[in-house]
Design a protein around this ligand. Structure first.
Ligand SMILES: N[C@@H](CCC(=O)N[C@@H](CS)C(=O)NCC(=O)O)C(=O)O
Length: 211
C-alpha cells in the first residue's frame, strides 16, 4: 500500500486551530484505520509558496504515493474509496454518500463560510444571514428525522457535514436542536477526538519552535 501524507500548514494562529481542514483527512484516516503521516508547508507566504501542489495556496492536500490531490472534499472521497467505513459499497449507499458530501460543500459550506467571514469581520447582520438561516433550517428539518445523512449509518458525508456545522458561529445560529444533537453525536466519535487532539498538538508544538 502506498504511503498517505496529509499536508497542512506548519503553524497557524490560535483562532483557526481545531478547524484547519486537514482535520477532515486526519479524521477520515482515523475512522478507516489508514496509516498516514503529516507534512507541512510554511504558513508564511502560504498564498504563493506551494501553488504547484494547491493552486490556491491553501491546505490541505494529500499525497498517496505518486498521486497528489487538493480540495478537502476530493481528498476525502479518495480516502472513502479505500474503506467501507467511510462509504458503503452498495450503489445506493455510495450514491447517497456522494450526494450529501456535495450538499455539505455546495449547499451548506458555500453559504455558511462567506456568512461567517463577514460576521467575524464586523458585519454582524450581513446580507447572507437570511440565506444561511434558511439552509440551516432546511437541514434541521432533515436531521430531525434521521440520525445519519446516508445509508442509515455514519459515512464520509456525516464527517464532512458535521465539520461544516461545528463552527461555533454556525452552531449558535438559531435554535436547531436536531442539528446540535447531530454535531455532538458525530464529533463524539473517538476518531474525531484523536484527529482534533492531533491537530491541536501539531500547532502547539509549532509554537515552541516558531521564532
Ligand atoms: N475548498 C478548500 C478550502 C481550503 C481552505 O480554505 N483552507 C484553509 C485552511 S482550512 C487555508 O488554507 N487557508 C489559508 C489561506 O487561504 O490563505 C478545501 O476544502 O480544501
Amino acid at each position: 500500500m502506498s504511503e498517505l501524507i496529509i499536508w497542512t500548514l506548519d503553524w497557524v494562529p490560535a483562532r483557526p486551530r481545531g478547524f484547519v481542514r486537514d482535520l477532515r483527512l486526519r479524521w477520515a484516516c482515523e475512522e478507516a484505520e489508514l496509516p498516514y503521516r503529516v507534512k507541512t508547508v510554511p504558513f508564511d507566504d502560504r498564498e504563493t509558496n506551494h501553488l504547484a501542489q494547491q493552486p490556491f495556496g491553501q491546505v490541505p492536500f494529500l499525497s498517496d504515493g505518486e498521486l497528489q490531490l487538493f480540495e478537502s472534499g476530493a481528498c476525502l472521497l479518495h480516502l472513502a474509496r479505500k474503506s467501507d467505513q467511510l462509504m458503503p459499497r452498495d450503489p445506493l449507499g455510495e450514491a447517497h454518500t456522494l450526494q450529501w458530501v456535495f450538499a455539505a460543500l455546495n449547499s451548506i459550506e458555500m453559504v455558511s463560510v462567506p456568512w461567517w467571514f463577514l460576521k467575524i469581520s464586523g458585519e454582524e447582520d450581513n446580507g447572507l444571514a437570511g440565506l444561511t438561516g434558511m439552509r440551516l433550517q432546511q437541514l434541521e428539518n432533515v436531521l430531525s428525522e434521521r440520525d445519519w445523512l446516508a445509508a442509515d449509518r455514519f459515512t464520509a458525508a456525516d464527517l464532512l457535514m458535521s465539520d461544516v456545522l461545528r463552527v461555533p458561529e454556525v452552531r449558535s445560529f438559531g435554535n436547531r436542536p436536531a442539528t446540535e444533537a447531530y454535531v455532538r453525536r458525530v464529533t463524539n466519535r473517538p476518531a474525531f477526538k484523536r484527529a482534533y487532539a492531533d491537530q491541536i498538538a501539531h500547532f502547539e508544538a509549532a509554537d515552541r519552535t516558531r521564532t
